[in-house]
Write a protein that binds this ligand. Structure first.
Ligand code: ZN
Length: 273
C-alpha cells in the first residue's frame, strides 16, 4: 500500500487485484513467492529437449461452461478445439446442447507438434523486433488484453495482447495472419488458468505457422537454457497447445439466454498416457 498498489474497500476489507498481486510476486526478485515458484515449475519443460514437444500427444479435454445470471434455456456457443489444420484430431465429441445455467464439452484431442520455423525474412524481422523491444510479460485480465495498444503503451505484454499486436504487424506487411486463442495444456494440473493465444500466419512457403511470442519471451525471462524452446515458439507448433476456433480478442463461450454476464469457462485437460 505504501508503494501505491491500488486496492478497494469491500465490506470494510482491503482487496487487491489478483493480477497485481501475481505480478508483484513474480517480479519481486525474492525467488520464493508463489508466482515465481509456479512459473519456474510450469516452464521446466522448456529447458528439456524439445523432442518431447514434437509429434502427437493425446488429451482428455473437458470444459465446464457456467452462465452466471442465466435467464433461461438457450443454445450454447463454444469455440471448440480446432487442431485439424495442424495435423491433429478431435474425436468422441460431446458438445453442449440447449440448456440452462451450465453445460459441458468433452472430447479426445490429439495435438501434433512439428518443427516449421518461419522462413519469411520479413516475418522473422518483425518477430525479432518485438522480442527485442523489452516488453515485460505480466498477468493481464483477458478483457484488458483486447486493448493491446494500451497494454503495450504501459510497457507490458501478455499472450493475447502480444498476439493481437503482432498479427496486425504481419497483416500490415501483407501477410494473412490472425491471433487465435487456444489452451496451454499440462499446466500444473489446470491449477493455473493461463490465457493462451498465438499468431497464425501463412508463411512464404505456403505453410500455416504459429508464433507463440509471449511464451518465447516468458521462457527467456525464466531461464537461459530454453533457447531451443524459444526457437520452437517462432513458427513451429508444439504439442502442449490445443488450437481453438476462437479469434484473439473473443471469448471461448457464450450462452444465448440474454444474460449480460460473460460465460465462465473452466478447462480440465489431462494427458492420456
Ligand atoms: Zn444463460
Amino acid at each position: 500500500m505504501g508503494a501505491g498498489l491500488p486496492f478497494a474497500y469491500r465490506s470494510g476489507v482491503r482487496c487487491f487485484d489478483v493480477n497485481d498481486l501475481y505480478n508483484l510476486g513474480m517480479y519481486s526478485g525474492r525467488s520464493d513467492t508463489q508466482p515465481e515458484l509456479a512459473f519456474r515449475m510450469l516452464f521446466r519443460f522448456a529447458g528439456r529437449s524439445v523432442v518431447d514437444l514434437l509429434g502427437p500427444r493425446v488429451w482428455d479435454f473437458r470444459v465446464r461452461l457456467e452462465c452466471a445470471g442465466c435467464e433461461g434455456a438457450a443454445p450454447w456457443r463454444f469455440e471448440a478445439p480446432d487442431v485439424v489444420r495442424f495435423g491433429g484430431r478431435v474425436e468422441d465429441v460431446v458438445a453442449p446442447s440447449v440448456g440452462e445455467g451450465s453445460a459441458s464439452y468433452a472430447a479426445r484431442v490429439t495435438s501434433v507438434g512439428a518443427r516449421t520455423p518461419l522462413v519469411s525474412p520479413v516475418l522473422r524481422k518483425l518477430t525479432g523486433e518485438y522480442l527485442e523491444a523489452g516488453y515485460r510479460w505480466q498477468m493481464v485480465p483477458v478483457a484488458m488484453q483486447a486493448d493491446y495498444e494500451l497494454v503495450h503503451r504501459l510497457g507490458v505484454t501478455s499472450c493475447i495482447a502480444a498476439s493481437l499486436w503482432l498479427a496486425e504487424r504481419f497483416r500490415a506487411a501483407g501477410y494473412r495472419a490472425e491471433a487465435k486463442r487456444g489452451w496451454f495444456c499440462g499446466v500444473l494440473g489446470g491449477a493455473l488458468d493461463l490465457p493462451h493465444a498465438c499468431v497464425e500466419v501463412e508463411d512464404d512457403d505456403g505453410v500455416l505457422k504459429t508464433v507463440d511470442i509471449a511464451k518465447a519471451q516468458l521462457a527467456a525471462r525464466l531461464s537461459p537454457d530454453t533457447a531451443d524452446f524459444q526457437d520452437l515458439c517462432v513458427g513451429s507448433v508444439y504439442n502442449k497447445v490445443i488450437a481453438s476456433t476462437a479469434s484473439g480478442g473473443a471469448p471461448f463461450a457464450s450462452h444465448g439466454c440474454g444474460s449480460e454476464l460473460p460465460a465462465g469457462v473452466r478447462a480440465d485437460i489431462r494427458a492420456v498416457r
